[in-house]
Design a protein around this ligand. Structure first.
Ligand code: ARG
Length: 459
C-alpha cells in the first residue's frame, strides 16, 4: 500500500510531478467552503438515519465546524499530495479528530461530492449575478428616464436610419438584460438539484435519506437518477452559455460606447473614473474599461467552448476529464461579476452630449421615411412615395439641400395636397414623438416601458 488515501491496492507511488499534474487543489480550494457545508449535511444525514452512531457523528460534526472556523480565519493549508479539496479536507479532519474522520465518507464518493460542491458554488454565484444585472438595469432605467426626449440617430448597417429616443435605445438593452436575468434564474432551477447520495454512480446499499440532506443544504430537489447525478454538467454549461450571451450584450453596448466617445461621434464622454490616459499622448482619454469588457467576452466564450468540448465524448459516469470543468466556471464568474459592476458605474457616470446627438439627426436624410409616410397619408401609394423621396434625396445629396429645406411649391408640384404641416413632420424630434405604435420610440411608448421596468425591478 502507498500513503495515498486510496493507496490500498497500490504497490508503487507516483512521481511527484505526476501527482501535480493530476491534482486540482490549486483551483478547487475555491470550493472549500462548499465542501465543508456538504460534508456537514452528509454527516448529519448519517446520524439521522443511524448509519453512524450519535457519538461518532457528533465528533465529526465538531471537527468539521472547527475546520469551518479555521477556513474563515485563513488558517487552513492544503497540499498537492492530497490531490483535491475533498481529500485535503478529509486529511485535515483526521488531523483534527483522529481516525473517526474516516467514517465521514460512508455512503459517499468524491464523484457525488464534487458535483455537490459545484452545485452549491454555482447556486450562490447565480444569485449574485442576478443581483448585479438588476443593478445595471436600474442604471439603465434611471438614464432612460432622464433621456426620454433626447433625440439621436437610430442606425441600421451603421447608417443613419430613423431618429430615435436615447431612452428607447437604453430600454432596448434593459430588455436584453431582462432576458439574461430570466436565463440565469432558469439556470438556478437546474442548479438547485442535489447530486449527493448518488455515491460513485450506482447509489448505495446504506439506508441514506437524500431528501434529508437536500433539506439541510437548501436544495429544492434531488437527482432522480444516480448516473445522471454524477455525470451531469449541463447546469454548468447553461451557466457558461448564459454568461456568454450576457457578455455578448455587454460587448455590443461597449462597442457603441467606444464609438460614441470618438471625436467623430462625440455623443458620450466617460467620467474620469472610468477612463484612462496615454503614457505618450497627453491629450488622450481612452475608453479602456469598455474595451476590456468587450475583450473579456472572448475568454467567457472560451470557457464555454472548453467545457462543451471536454464533455462531448465522455461516457457515463464520472471521468477525470471532468476535473477540467471548474477553472472555466471560476473564470467566468470572476469575469462577469466585475464586468457588470464596472459597466454599470461607467454608464451611470458618463455624460451624454444631447446637443450633438440631436444635431446628428438634423443635417441628414433620416427624415426620408417621414416624407414618404406623409405623402402616403395624402393618398399616394407608399411605393410611389418611396421612389419620389429617393429621387429628392439623390438630388439633395448633390445640391446640399435637406428635405426640410425644399420649398413648399416644389412639394405641391409633386402632390398638390401637401401643406405647411409637412415641415413639422420632418423635424427629427417630431418624427420620434409621433411613433406611438406599441413598442415604438414615441415618448409615450418609452415612458410606458420605463414604468413597466420599474415595476419589474421592484418584484
Ligand atoms: N478532483 C476531482 C474533480 O475535480 C474530484 C472527483 C474525483 N473522483 C474520482 N473518481 N477521481 O473532478
Amino acid at each position: 500500500a502507498t500513503s495515498k488515501l486510496w493507496g490500498g491496492r497500490f504497490e508503487e507511488k507516483s512521481a511527484e510531478w505526476v501527482d501535480e499534474f493530476g491534482a486540482s487543489i490549486s483551483f478547487d480550494q475555491l470550493m472549500a467552503h462548499e465542501d465543508l457545508e456538504g460534508s456537514l449535511a452528509h454527516v448529519k444525514m448519517l446520524k439521522h438515519t443511524q448509519i453512524l452512531n450519535e457519538q461518532d457523528a457528533n465528533e465529526i460534526i465538531v471537527g468539521l465546524e472547527k475546520l469551518q472556523a479555521k477556513l474563515a480565519a485563513g488558517e487552513l493549508t492544503f497540499n498537492v499530495e492530497n490531490e483535491d479539496i475533498h481529500m485535503n479536507m478529509e486529511a485535515l479532519l483526521t488531523q483534527e479528530i483522529g481516525p473517526v474522520a474516516g467514517k465521514l465518507h460512508t455512503a459517499r464518493s468524491r464523484n457525488d461530492q464534487v458535483a455537490t460542491d459545484l452545485h452549491l458554488y454555482l447556486k450562490n454565484r447565480l444569485q449574485q449575478v442576478v443581483v448585479e444585472i438588476k443593478n445595471l438595469q436600474k442604471v439603465l432605467v434611471e438614464k432612460a428616464e432622464a433621456n426620454v426626449e433626447t433625440i439621436m440617430p437610430g442606425y441600421t448597417h451603421l447608417q443613419h436610419a430613423q431618429p430615435i429616443s436615447y431612452g428607447h435605445y437604453l430600454m432596448a438593452y434593459y430588455q436584453m438584460f431582462q432576458r439574461d436575468v430570466e436565463r440565469f434564474t432558469f439556470n438556478l432551477q437546474h442548479t438547485d438539484i442535489l447530486p449527493l447520495g448518488a455515491a460513485a454512480l450506482a447509489g448505495t446499499t446504506f439506508p441514506i435519506d437524500r431528501h434529508f440532506t437536500a433539506k439541510e443544504l437548501g436544495f429544492s430537489a434531488v437527482y432522480e437518477n444516480s448516473l445522471d447525478a454524477v455525470s451531469d454538467r449541463d447546469f454548468v454549461l447553461e451557466f457558461l452559455s448564459n454568461a456568454s450571451i450576457l457578455m455578448m450584450h455587454l460587448s455590443r453596448f461597449c462597442e457603441e460606447i467606444i464609438s460614441w466617445c470618438s471625436y467623430e461621434f462625440g455623443y458620450l464622454e466617460l467620467s474620469d473614473e472610468y477612463a484612462t490616459g496615454s503614457s505618450i499622448m497627453p491629450q488622450k482619454k481612452n475608453p479602456d474599461m469598455a474595451e476590456l469588457i468587450r475583450g473579456k467576452s472572448g475568454r467567457v466564450y472560451g470557457d464555454l467552448m472548453g467545457l462543451l468540448t471536454t464533455m462531448k465524448s465522455l461516457p457515463l459516469a464520472y471521468n477525470k476529464d471532468m476535473q477540467e470543468d471548474k477553472e472555466g466556471v471560476f473564470d467566468a464568474v470572476k469575469t462577469i461579476i466585475p464586468s457588470l459592476k464596472v459597466f454599470a458605474g461607467m454608464l451611470a457616470t458618463a455624460k451624454v452630449n444631447k446637443q450633438k446627438m440631436q444635431q446628428a439627426t438634423e443635417h441628414d436624410f433620416s427624415n426620408a421615411t417621414e416624407l414618404a409616410d406623409y405623402l402616403a397619408t395624402k393618398g399616394m401609394p407608399f411605393r410611389q412615395a418611396h421612389a419620389i423621396v429617393g429621387q429628392l434625396v439623390l438630388e439633395g445629396l448633390k445640391t446640399g439641400v435637406n428635405l426640410q429645406d425644399i420649398p413648399l411649391e416644389k412639394y405641391q408640384e409633386i402632390e398638390p395636397k401637401v401643406g405647411t404641416d409637412i415641415y413639422n413632420d420632418l423635424q427629427s424630434k417630431v418624427a420620434v414623438k409621433r411613433r406611438h405604435s406599441f413598442g415604438g420610440t414615441g415618448f409615450d411608448q418609452v415612458k410606458r416601458q420605463i414604468k413597466n421596468a420599474k415595476e419589474q425591478l421592484e418584484k
